[in-house]
Design a binder for this molecule. Structure first.
Ligand SMILES: *Cc1c(COP(=O)(O)O)cnc(C)c1O
Length: 480
């Protein structure tokens, strides 16, 4: 026993290094604090895109010896300085990320307390915070009080959980899959098909509903397909409507889709990952009308609420159905289960252990209040309209439809030469300039440029700068 105690005492000395005392914590805090404040102000002004990689392959090597914080922060800085600058107001590519400062503080606070919010019993107040955020979102959508949901890492996981819920609510077993039908469009995000594959439904029938000139689902095409499938003895099961497609920012006509879903017993899931929070604006409420009639909705706070990556949400009209698809019990969790109480997050989720996601969302909403979020979303809608209107007036530019939300598609048609190639060079010229970054897509076979306005730092000056760069570079390429 003595020898064992001595051995324990010996390792305890080194193991205790994992728990620095107040003085050492203070030194770390001061170093990280000044790094954070420098970075938060400098990065906003830094180029929107830096192409260089990190050339030191050993930068992340770890070994037995400790390093000091200054050295570690040098490496962190190198990470922060290359690639797409997610903190730049000139970020108009893909769907821009956010990164509100208080959200980062929320993550820090969540990690310091490290409450486990997955089970009510383990952290009742933390669970309550997350539950009330879910309720707030359910209220935005217009769902009844039977609704519930899950705060996830993003929309891919949220869509998967929604599809699993729809599958179990429809009592679809593996033998039923080949006659089960899903309705999507060419614009549906690929994570939907990925989710179908992951949940064992790869062999279901996938119909691509036709889209209109605004790249929205055509309800009459959906109805014709559903009727045909019923006549053929198939089981129409799920329709995914998108509120803000990734390519063109189009919003499917949700009310008309809901009519068809109701008439034929289809589960309507709305993928509002990008567009959902525009419901905070008057225009958004109009465009998203009908969303309240869906069975489930996916929204990404790391898009429309400008949070750092890692925040999605699934909201289901009937919380009970979400629980039926995800609840599990295990003997080692028996102390954590309380009969009769509400569901815990882990009853409604793929995850058991999970980060406490509440504070990153709650702190910015609490500190800023809703008004600046509403104004920022309104600003993004107006900036996209402004960009569309300005470019339409200029010779050579061909614009996609006026934006439903805050994505605009466009391309330049040069007098001579290949237009696809020209626009590809134009995109690279914008990246080389560095003030803004845009991305591209293919629309009806044509290489097309996109503007996605969703960064909280994107204001009129950034859009004017981009218009300047685009017109200057287009003339330069045209003259070359
Ligand atoms: C971003 C997005 C997704 C994927 O979401 P992640 O949060 O990246 O997993 C799915 N659907 C739509 C419409 C999106 O905009």
């Amino acid at each position: 026993m003595q020898a064992l105690r001595a051995a324990i005492a010996e390792v305890e000395v080194t193991a205790s290094q994992l728990d620095p005392g107040r003085a050492q914590q203070g030194a770390l805090w001061a170093a990280v604090g000044s790094h954070v404040l420098d970075t938060a102000s400098a990065l906003g002004e830094a180029p929107a895109y830096v192409a260089a990689g990190l050339d030191d392959a050993t930068a992340f090597a770890i070994d037995d010896a400790p390093a000091d914080i200054a050295e570690a922060l040098t490496t962190i800085k190198a990470v922060e300085n290359v690639g797409i600058n997610q903190t730049s107001g000139g970020h108009f590519a893909f769907i821009p990320g956010g990164g509100l400062f208080p959200a980062a503080l929320g993550d820090l606070l969540a990690a310091i307390g490290n409450r486990y919010a997955g089970v009510q019993y383990a952290a009742p107040a933390a669970a309550q915070m997350e539950r009330s955020l879910v309720r707030w979102m359910a209220g935005l959508v217009g769902y009844p009080s039977t609704a519930g949901g899950d705060l996830t890492s993003g929309a891919s996981v949220a869509n998967l959980e929604g599809i699993v819920t729809a599958r179990d609510a429809g009592a679809i077993g593996s033998a039923d899959v080949p006659r089960t039908v899903v309705y999507l469009t060419s614009e549906t995000h690929h994570c939907i098909e990925k989710a179908l594959r992951i949940c064992g439904m790869a062999e279901c029938v996938v119909r691509r509903v036709k889209i209109d000139e605004g790249r929205r689902m055509r309800p009459e095409s959906l109805e014709a397909l559903v009727k045909g499938d019923v006549a053929a003895g198939l089981n129409p099961w799920l329709v995914v409507g998108t509120a803000g497609t990734i390519d063109a920012g189009a919003v499917d006509p949700l009310a008309a889709i809901a009519d068809i879903a109701d008439a034929h017993g289809l589960w309507l899931q709305v993928d509002a990952a990008y567009g959902g929070f525009f419901i905070l604006t008057e225009h958004g409420r109009q465009v998203l009308a009908g969303i309240e009639r869906s069975r489930s909705v996916v929204m990404d706070p790391h898009k429309g609420l400008f949070l750092p990556f890692g925040s999605g949400a699934l909201i289901v009209r009937e919380e009970r159905q979400l629980a039926e698809a995800h609840r599990y019990s295990a003997s080692y969790l028996s102390d954590a289960r309380e009969e009769g109480g509400g569901f815990s997050a882990s009853d409604l989720s793929l995850e058991l252990s999970r980060p406490f996601r509440g504070p990153r969302l709650w702190l910015p909403l609490k500190l800023f209040g809703l008004a600046p979020f509403r104004a920022a979303l309104e600003e993004k809608l107006l900036l996209a309209r402004y960009f569309h209107a300005r470019l339409s007036e200029l010779p050579g530019w061909v614009l996609g439809p006026p934006p439903d939300l805050s994505v605009v598609t466009y391309r330049y048609v040069p007098k001579n030469g290949d237009a696809d190639d020209f626009n590809r060079r134009l995109l690279h010229a914008v990246a080389a300039d560095g003030r803004a970054i845009i991305s591209s897509t293919e629309i009806d076979g044509a290489y097309t440029l996109r503007l996605a306005v969703l960064h909280y730092r994107s204001h009129l000056d950034h859009v004017d700068d981009l218009l300047g760069v685009l017109t200057r570079e287009a003339s330069r390429l045209e003259a070359a």
